[in-house]
Design a protein around this ligand. Sequence first.
Ligand code: HEC
Length: 117
Amino acid sequence: MKNFLLLVSAAMSLLLATHCQAGGDINAGKIAVEKYGCVACHGADFNTPIDPSYPKLAGQHADYLAHTLVAYQRDFKAPNRRVNAIMNGQAKPLSSKDIQNISAYIHNLPGSLVVRK
Ligand code: HEC
């Protein structure tokens, strides 16, 4: 019985992990970052930004990336808005589907900053 419960719990974790990764379409995200010009500042590999003050994004968690992009989009009166003159403008035209796809794509790129899971 105990082994059965362990197996069920392992299968559920696997399902959850797969589900989280399936949140966005990686190929659509690649097309979107080119369309919106994100690569111009963050680098084609999202690991070589054009300025040292610009963040490296490759490999960051998809939910973290999506969270930041939504925060940049928020109205100036929202309490949990992120204020940055550049990124407020960059995030504005993105649909929520774009954000999911872009976050999945960037998360999937090999990054030098993250501790691998
Ligand atoms: C003109 C240069 C430029 C462009 C183009 C640009 N970014 Fe940024 N990005 C920045 C800068 C600068 C920051 C740091 C902003 C801050 O301090 O909040 C940033 C921050 C971010 C962050 C937050 C990272 C973190 O860990 O806080 C994300 C995510 C992001 N950009 C994604 C994008 C995406 C997606 C696009 C395209 C839609 C894009 N950027 C286009 C310059 C740019």
